[in-house]
Design a protein around this ligand. Structure first.
Ligand code: HPA
Length: 272
């Protein structure tokens, strides 16, 4: 694991020569939500394929860009595109964006994703994540030992930050954007869930299912960042509607939500 830390530190050191400033707020844009980056004042973009050892995203709707941008006088680090475990990457590779953000000085992090909705969630809803199920990823999280400080590595509980969640609620009120709240269930993928799996998720208290975010949220909070996360509900979870799920539906709904999502995130950044 020491090797990995050394490798990542080398990557960050290489990056230090290229960056225009040290960012304070980090933002990861999920499937179909990447266009938000264009609503900010982008000062510099680094393509992840320029970075040796940076895993490349293979999913449509995930560009491999790291933007250094400004909005409301805040300095932002925006990941347009993320790396998912279902693409075959290890958890320790999937958290590299968080490792970099931390090293560059990011102390507040907003994670966004596309997710399937159940219970009170419908396509085109936004959901503030109030808690999450990470059973499906617990074993792999062990890889983070060595990448996280020893004394905190077992306290994976500091997510979400109450402070950040209150900022998100406030931003929603100010912009009159309805933001529902719920629990995110991590599902490893790469396939969508079965109807039976969704019935189980429903029984156990999940409100949205998705294949990302949990490991990033845990790792970032272990590193001491304040973290909040928002799901864009892009489809009914399997079996809730009769339609068969597909990635195009995810992308199409994200497009519909774009305006309110952008309005909300801009306000969150202003209030952070
Ligand atoms: N399940 C898992 N991940 C997803 C879904 C879903 O229904 N929608 C978008 N990402």
């Amino acid at each position: 694991m020491l090797d990995l830390t050394t490798k990542y530190e080398k990557l960050v050191n290489g990056l230090l020569d290229k960056i225009p400033f040290k960012p304070e707020i980090g933002l990861i844009l999920g499937s179909g939500l990447g266009e938000f980056a264009e609503k900010t004042n982008i000062i510099k973009t680094i393509s992840t394929d320029e970075l040796v050892d940076y895993p490349q995203s293979t999913v449509e709707g995930h560009k491999g860009f790291i933007h250094f941008a400004e909005l409301h006088n805040k300095k932002l680090l925006i990941y347009q595109g993320r790396i998912h475990p279902y693409e075959g990457y290890n958890i320790s590779e999937c958290v590299l964006p968080i490792f970099i953000a931390h090293k560059l000085g990011v102390s507040k992090l907003i994670l966004t994703n596309a997710a399937g909705g159940l219970n009170h969630l419908q396509p085109a809803d936004l959901m503030l994540i109030t808690s999450m199920f990470s059973f499906n990823i617990k074993k792999e999280l062990g890889e983070l030992i060595g990448l996280a400080p020893n004394e905190t590595r077992n306290s994976f509980t500091d997510f979400p930050s109450n402070k950040i969640n209150n900022v998100i609620r406030n931003a929603a009120l100010k912009e009159e954007v309805l933001v529902k709240e719920g629990v995110y269930w991590y599902s490893k993928g790469p396939s969508y869930e079965t109807k039976a799996e969704i019935r189980m998720v429903q029984k156990y208290g999940g409100d949205a299912v998705g294949m990302s975010t949990v490991h990033e949220a845990i790792y970032a909070s272990v590193l001491g960042m304040e973290v909040g996360a928002i799901s864009c509900i892009t489809n009914y979870a399997a079996g809730i509607s009769i339609n068969k799920l597909n990635h195009q539906e995810v992308m199409d709904t994200a497009q519909l939500v774009k305006e309110k999502f952008e309005k909300l995130v801009k306000k969150i950044i202003e209030l952070l």
